[in-house]
Ligand binder design. Structure first.
Ligand code: NDP
Length: 310
């Protein structure tokens, strides 16, 4: 068993930012990176909307920068997965995949979320070559081009409206004859002349060798198949927050996101456990917002440790 003062679970922008702040406050943070060190930016190409990088930066390179900065202040980074937690007492118990037991009064959850994918041919192989799960991140690369987006929730509605400002035409692929998105967001979509909604339609395949050249869709009522000549294919069918191991302790909402009882603070329902990044954010989901909440979680953890004299 090992005792630490501050444990960070997860290594995306939120986790690394929490580490930088916690380390500079003298908390000697230990970070467990999880299964995808660096988080969702590791599967992103160019990041152009993160302030401080005027020429943009490749997602994986940016996460290397974050890691180096956390290491500069002596964050202890471990490339392992946390598989079990026990938040019953004031000292929180956590176990890694190899069975190592860690005790810490302060735990920062920064485990992020993972985009859901359709699982169709071409979707995986053309990722970052026209296939994306984030219109705000990648829409810009399809300026004045024709794109398609799959989904019918608030994200798909918001992202198709966003894409319509940049792209020449947006095909919204909806699998039923209605959308799940809020009425006001649906109206925005339906009133936008640049968005064509394909009802009762499913995507069968993303076409192209080196880059997206089109998608093949099928009408699930008539069976009619059509090829749409798009260069960008966005998937907006929801995210899954990586919070399964916390569900017996931490209050989650219906979609599995961590509920924070005090808006604007990172405290969870368990004293000494703080949450940041996409694990608790289903609205913004940006690297910069995740980093901001990572900073908040480290400051909240530090104040908690001072207040409880630990
Ligand atoms: P949702 O789970 O709300 O919606 C997912 C959508 O994807 C559904 O319409 C679903 O279709 C569709 N879908 C799922 N699987 C498939 C598939 N295999 N093929 C085709 N379509 C599929 O996810 P969102 O990301 O849209 O939203 C998540 C949460 O975040 C919601 O609570 C939402 O309100 C909130 N949000 C709020 C925003 C805001 O307030 N500005 C912005 C963005 C999100 P079907 O309806 O047929 O099941």
């Amino acid at each position: 068993m090992e005792k630490v003062k501050c444990l960070i679970i997860g290594s995306g922008p939120a986790g690394y930012t929490a580490a930088i702040y916690a380390a500079r406050a003298g908390l000697k943070p230990v970070m467990y990176t999880g299964p995808q060190p660096g988080g969702q930016l590791m599967i992103t190409n160019e990041v152009e909307n993160y302030p401080g990088y005027p020429d943009g930066r490749q997602g994986p390179e940016m996460m290397e920068d974050f890691q180096k900065q956390a290491e500069r202040f002596e964050t202890d980074i471990r490339h392992e997965i946390i598989t079990k937690v026990d938040f019953t007492g004031p000292i929180h118990k956590v176990w890694s995949e190899s069975g190592h037991e860690i005790h810490s009064p302060a735990v920062i959850i920064a485990t992020g979320a993972s985009a859901k994918w359709l699982g169709i041919p071409g979707e995986d192989t053309l990722q970052n070559r026209g296939v994306s799960a984030c219109a705000v991140c990648d829409g810009f690369f399809f300026r004045n081009q024709e794109v398609a987006i799959v989904g019918a929730g608030d994200t798909a509605a918001e992202e198709s409206t966003y894409l319509a400002k940049i792209c020449s035409k947006v095909h919204l692929i909806v699998r039923r004859d209605e959308m799940r998105a809020s009425k006001i967001m649906q109206q925005r979509v339906l009133n936008n002349p640049k968005i064509q909604v394909h009802w009762n339609t499913e995507t069968e395949e993303v076409l192209g060798e080196q880059a997206v050249e089109g998608i093949r869709v099928v009408n699930n009522k008539t069976g009619e198949k059509t090829v749409l000549n798009v260069t960008g294919f966005f998937v907006a069918i929801g995210h899954k927050p990586n919070t399964d191991i916390f569900k017996d302790w931490i209050t989650l909402d219906d979609s599995g996101y961590i509920s924070l009882p005090n808006p604007g603070r990172t405290h969870t329902n368990i004293e000494g456990v703080f949450a940041c990044g996409d694990a608790q954010d289903k609205v913004y989901r940006q690297a910069v917002t995740a980093a901001g909440t990572g900073c908040m979680a480290a400051l909240d953890a530090e104040r908690y440790l001072v207040a409880t004299e630990q």
